[in-house]
Design a protein around this ligand. Structure first.
Ligand code: TRP
Ligand code: SF4
Length: 369
């Protein structure tokens, strides 16, 4: 393979995802994640779901020295449901919010219009009715969060224009694989998002993302360096969480997951949720005897992965699930009945309850523009 073919190009708007995290860390110049850097590490940090980052020590230092920094994320209002991977991102945003970060959450209505054809009006409606209350239900403190719509934030669009001057066509193509106009407008708007808090106050910021967003981080970091002299920008730090597999164990985001359905937020029908978990790919052995003697393989089990990444937040319970699998105490059916199904139900029932509460407070939210 030639040097070029060998390069990892991630398309943030595509469906394929990378499986090889070690290679990604190298290609993208990431640091492997080290939980010891941060006080009171969250479940994602303790469990290796956060696998890498960039300039994490800059953020660790801000936390330690109580210096100002920010955390920022964006929501695509085009999606009808929220991916479980996004839940991981929100847990990380919540973590940094609790460590004192100024918190920004934007509605990517410009990107949704450009890449998905969802009108700005429709995007706004969906965000207010679903995405914003959902993010609050998943753990954000609305009183400590600055929300805004890309389409309404002039500082962001002006900064996008400034960033656009600093990137050549070839560079853009090398990072994103294409120079499609919709991608160009979305990528520069996102750079505006990521860097704009620094216009008001020079401070480092951290962007928690799934690996699909890695190209945006790379480009924003390059552009921040190029604008450093004029604007004093810090290259944004990033923390990356691993992607949750599809129910059938594949690494595709949708397609192959379609036959057995996929689990997304919200999940209203508990019967169908139960069915999905029962059909999920496990690390069970071929025969009962084999499982009793050798134990199961939680390392490759999707039920375990979902519990670890999302449904079971208490380490002790997850540890028990792991041990009972490894020692052959539980067969997969028993394990699903004891852990997979009840904890998934608990997760979604709690979500619904918090979502309904959050919806009632939506009128009080102030938006930045
Ligand atoms: N592109 C992101 C997505 O597809 C949404 C987004 C827009 C975003 N601006 C951002 C994410 C800034 C992180 C930071 O989900
Ligand atoms: Fe997965 Fe549970 Fe089966 Fe182990 S016992 S392989 S954790 S379903």
């Amino acid at each position: 393979m030639s040097e070029k073919e060998n390069k990892v190009i991630i398309d943030p708007w595509g469906k394929e995802l990378v499986e090889d995290y070690t290679r990604l860390i190298k290609e993208f110049g990431m640091e492997p994640f080290d939980e010891k850097m941060f006080p009171k590490p969250n479940a994602l940090m303790r469990r290796g779901i956060n696998f890498g980052g960039q300039d994490l020590e800059v953020i660790a230092k801000c936390i330690k020295e109580k210096k100002p920094f920010y955390v920022l994320t964006g929501i695509m209002p085009s999606s009808e449901k929220i991916h479980l991977g996004t839940e991981s991102v929100i847990q990380n945003v919540k973590y940094f919010q609790e460590q004192g970060a100024k918190t920004f959450v934007l509605i990517a209505d410009v990107e949704s219009q450009a890449t998905r054809g969802v009108t700005i009006e429709e995007g706004k409606k969906r965000a207010l009715n679903f995405h914003i209350p959902a993010y609050i239900a998943l753990g954000l403190d609305p009183q400590k969060t600055i929300f805004y719509f890309q389409s309404e934030n002039k500082t962001v669009s002006n900064l996008a224009a400034i960033c656009a001057q600093k990137v050549t066509e070839n560079e853009f193509r090398a990072i994103y694989g294409s120079v499609h106009p919709a991608k160009v407008i979305s990528a520069f708007t996102q750079m505006g998002d990521i860097l704009h808090p620094q216009l008001k106050e020079a401070m480092p910021g951290i962007i928690p993302v799934g690996i699909d967003q890695a190209p945006h981080i790379r480009m924003s970091r390059d552009v921040a360096r190029r604008l450093r002299q004029e604007y004093g920008f810090f290259p944004p730090s990033a923390i990356y969480n691993k992607y949750t597999s599809a129910l059938d164990g594949s690494f595709k985001m949708s397609k192959s997951g379609e036959e057995i359905g996929k689990i997304e937020i919200p999940e209203k029908d508990m019967k169908s949720l139960e069915k999905k978990i029962n059909k999920a790919f496990t690390g069970g052995r071929v025969t009962k005897e084999e499982q009793k003697t050798k134990g199961g393989q939680p390392e490759i089990c999707v039920v375990f992965e979902y519990c670890k990444n999302h449904f079971i937040k208490e380490d002790k319970i997850l540890q028990k699930m792991f041990e009972e699998c490894k020692t052959g105490k539980n067969l997969c059916g028993e394990c699903k009945a004891k852990y997979g199904i009840p904890y998934a139900k608990k997760f979604f029932e709690e979500f619904d309850e918090k979502f309904e509460k959050a919806k009632k407070t939506i009128g009080k939210i102030k938006f930045e523009n």
